[in-house]
Design a protein around this ligand. Structure first.
Ligand code: ZN
Length: 245
């Protein structure tokens, strides 16, 4: 089975709309391949859950050190530390304390899908997922190796945890050509209403200043989220695709 991305997007637009607290009832775990994915894909849901008093944990899979490989002012260790700080600030804006933000520290651009480090990350995800009924991870079709690897790690981990469901949030998959064929069936899922929490989501995304501004001045080829990309996430709902385990 396969379908075009355009058909998948159409299916997503028709997902039933629900309130955040009808989606998450016990606790939320967000797996982000890079510091910023959690705010882009789930910032509204995170803020809504915290406002309702639900526990939220965030696990950032990679160290984020690969976004500006040409910068001398921000070599990998400094950049990783900066991005960790940004993730903690973004989480605070959404109501999540630093003790609930976890960093697996795997290498940006080479998150492994197997081997010792991958198994350790899996164990960590499974331990955090025990307190959650919803685990959210980036979409399996996101065209980025770290996003695909994070999905694979989360699927393996959540399969070990009774009571937790896995949901996928699209980031880079939204930018694929509409006619591109994706393996798999028509997606099913939900659109979660987050309008009340959009201002907090915007502030959380802005906290990732290394990815959204010209903060790092000495690497013009470094990564930067474009206004077009940011606009895709500036919506009153967030999309979660159900992942059968
Ligand atoms: Zn990412």
């Amino acid at each position: 089975m396969s379908l075009a991305l355009g058909e998948a997007l159409e299916a997503m637009a028709g997902f039933p709309e629900i309130a955040p607290t009808d989606f998450v009832r016990r606790g939320l775990l967000v797996i982000a391949p890079h510091p910023d994915d959690e705010s882009l894909g789930c910032g509204g849901l995170i803020a809504a859950c915290r406002a309702a008093g639900l526990p939220v944990s965030i696990l950032i899979v990679s160290d984020g050190a690969g976004s500006h490989p040409g910068s001398a002012l921000f070599p990998p260790a400094i950049l990783a530390a900066l991005r960790q700080e940004e993730a903690i600030m973004a989480a605070a804006v959404l109501g999540v304390g630093a003790s609930h933000v976890h960093f697996a520290g795997l290498p940006d651009r080479s998150v492994p899908m197997s081997g010792y480090e991958a198994e350790r990350a899996c164990e960590r995800i499974a331990a955090l997922a025990a307190a959650a009924d919803v685990v959210a991870v980036t979409w399996r079709h996101d065209p980025h190796g770290d996003h695909k690897a994070s999905f694979a790690l989360a699927r393996a981990a959540v399969g070990r945890v009774p009571g937790a469901g896995l949901w996928e949030y699209p980031i880079w998959g939204l930018t694929l050509p509409p006619k591109m064929a994706l393996p798999g069936e028509r997606p099913r899922g939900v659109r979660v209403h987050v309008a009340d929490h959009l201002p907090a989501k915007r502030r959380a995304i802005a906290a990732h200043a290394s990815q959204t501004t010209a903060l790092i001045v000495d690497d013009p080829k470094g990564f930067r989220l474009t206004p077009e990309m940011l606009a895709r996430f500036d919506t009153e709902w967030e999309t979660f695709i159900e992942c059968p385990l």
